[in-house]
Design a protein. Structure first.
Length: 260
């Protein structure tokens, strides 16, 4: 039992795994440049400007200003989860990249940490794209918004680790659809990105409390508005604890999968 629950070993060698994924990305980034900018722009136009004409928040705030911080949570969530989900699965099973890495001085813990770090990097890249789009629509009201970039590392680590947990036990690439349908997609709606959670029934707020995206949205909203509060420290602590637990679980599950 002690071995199964062993804490992950963190070393600088994990950066080699991150570097390998970065080098692959640098060879393909041009093919991925347009959509990460176009998708949040279309969402802000359709929801913020289109639907926003018919939405009343019950507060003096444009709907586009309300939606923009939520996009900083949900789109990077998909970026990090996809990288540590489908991307990691293909590297593990189809390309046998993980087996090749294990033939070097690196170990499973290095692979886990490196993969999670790379998923977080993709999250930060997505945050940068959305910040540019949100600023272009006038949805950034505070210079504190620049802190959204470094903060994007934390939810990126969390969703990367959570996705890698499922990847480590997935027996086929199609089974990853269950993870996205049951864990990621519900957070799209329960993050508070599109409607105020404080106006929802108590049971909706209780369910949303378990959503990492909801806590990330709260912090992003405070950064873009320039209204950080003491409650955001609670959100930050929640995310830190969840990230540590998911990283612990991902490391142990991947050890079972890769060490034969």
């Amino acid at each position: 039992m002690a071995t199964a629950l062993a804490w992950p070993g963190i070393s600088r060698r994990a950066l080699r795994v991150w570097q390998r994924n970065r080098d692959v990305y640098l060879n393909t980034w041009r093919a991925e440049l347009v959509w990460p900018l176009l998708e949040p722009a279309l969402t802000l136009v359709a929801l913020g400007l289109g639907l926003g004409e018919f939405v009343e928040l019950g507060r003096p705030e444009r709907y586009i200003d309300f939606v923009a911080p939520g996009l900083l949570a949900i789109f990077p969530m998909w970026a990090a989860s996809s990288e540590a989900g489908w991307g990691a699965y293909f590297r593990m099973e189809s390309q046998r990249t993980f087996d090749a890495i294990l033939a070097t001085p690196l170990d499973v813990d290095d692979i886990t940490t490196g993969e999670v770090l790379w998923a977080a990097t993709r999250s930060i890249i997505s945050v940068a794209y959305i910040l540019v789009v949100a600023a272009a629509f006038g949805a950034v009201a505070s210079p504190l918004a620049v802190l959204a970039l470094p903060f994007g590392l934390l939810p990126g680590l969390l969703f990367g680790a959570a996705s890698l947990c499922y990847t480590a036990v997935a027996r086929s690439v199609s089974s990853l659809n269950y993870f996205f349908a049951l864990f990621i997609t519900p957070q799209f709606w329960l993050s508070g990105a599109f409607f105020p959670l404080d106006q929802m029934p108590a049971w909706v707020r209780a369910v949303a409390w378990w959503s990492p995206a909801a806590h990330a949205t709260d912090i992003y909203r405070g950064l873009l508005r320039g209204g950080l509060e003491a409650s955001h420290l609670y959100d930050l602590l929640w995310l830190l604890v969840a990230t540590a637990l998911f990283h612990l679980l991902a490391t142990n599950l991947l050890r079972r999968r890769l060490v034969r």
